[in-house]
Design a protein around this ligand. Structure first.
Ligand SMILES: [Zn+2]
Length: 244
């Protein structure tokens, strides 16, 4: 009997296909979770509540828009900022900008030649829950029995409900030279295939950390709350810690 890896229900329906990495981040057929692991109710909840907010927020909004990854429906992604709306053009090195009213005139007359974007999430907790969802699914894809181990209970519960006993965190590392390479040159098939990865890293004390690599960016989130960040070696601005 199928059992949901998030709510543990066996009674709900299991009819939908779940992408571990959403299509709007470049997740293709290779990123589909084997069936009967996530119930329809949880899938719907992640899709409508968490993924939608996480995908529209930094760093995923920047990733999608600057690299021009179409939405599920094939539309160019965009995100709002204080200075106006930034739009993907679906062509490398061309980005659209609709200035907000205070900047319209200065932009059109050429006085304003730069815009500043806040490279910071609005809802870091949604980013964290979205990462944990992917992490739990990677564990399940690898071992559909082991994922029910109680060591993952806190992360599955936090991912699904937003409730946690203690603070959580994720670590993000961006390579800006690589980012500008992809933005200006586009991304080849091989670059997609070699530089988009989801895996679970085991560090000391059997602590497991989910690692998402998206072309120019690495993000790490612990799958248990007992794991604390070790920052001695990691320096800003490349590495940024977000505590939620
Ligand atoms: Zn469920």
């Amino acid at each position: 009997m199928p059992k949901c890896i998030f709510c543990r229900s066996t009674a709900n329906g299991f009819t939908t296909r779940e992408h571990i990495l959403p299509e709007s981040l470049g997740g293709g057929d290779w990123a589909i979770l084997p069936g009967n692991l996530v119930c329809d109710e949880c899938q719907n909840r992640f899709g409508s509540e968490i993924e939608q907010q996480a995908l529209g927020d930094y760093p995923f909004s920047f990733f999608r828009t600057f690299l021009g990854i179409p939405t599920k429906k094939g539309k160019p992604p965009w995100f709002p900022s204080w200075e106006g709306v930034v739009r993907a053009s679906l062509r490398p090195s061309i980005i659209g900008y609709d200035p907000s009213p205070p900047f319209e005139e200065t932009t059109l007359t050429g006085k304003k030649t730069q815009m500043r974007l806040l490279a910071h999430p609005i809802k870091a907790n949604m980013i964290c829950r979205f990462l944990l969802k992917m992490g739990i699914e990677v564990v399940a894809a690898d071992d559909p029995e082991a994922v029910f181990d109680q060591k993952y209970d806190a992360s599955r519960h936090y991912a699904l409900t937003g409730q946690k006993e203690s603070s959580w965190w994720y670590l993000q590392c961006e390579d800006m030279a690589m980012a500008s390479h992809y933005i200006t040159q586009g991304v080849s098939f091989d670059e997609w295939a070699n530089n988009v990865k989801l895996d679970v890293i085991v560090i000391e004390d059997n602590a497991e950390i989910f690692h998402l690599r998206l072309l120019y960016m690495d993000i790490f989130v612990p799958l248990e709350p007992r794991i604390r960040p070790q920052l001695e070696e990691l320096k800003e601005p490349e590495y940024r810690l977000f505590v939620v």
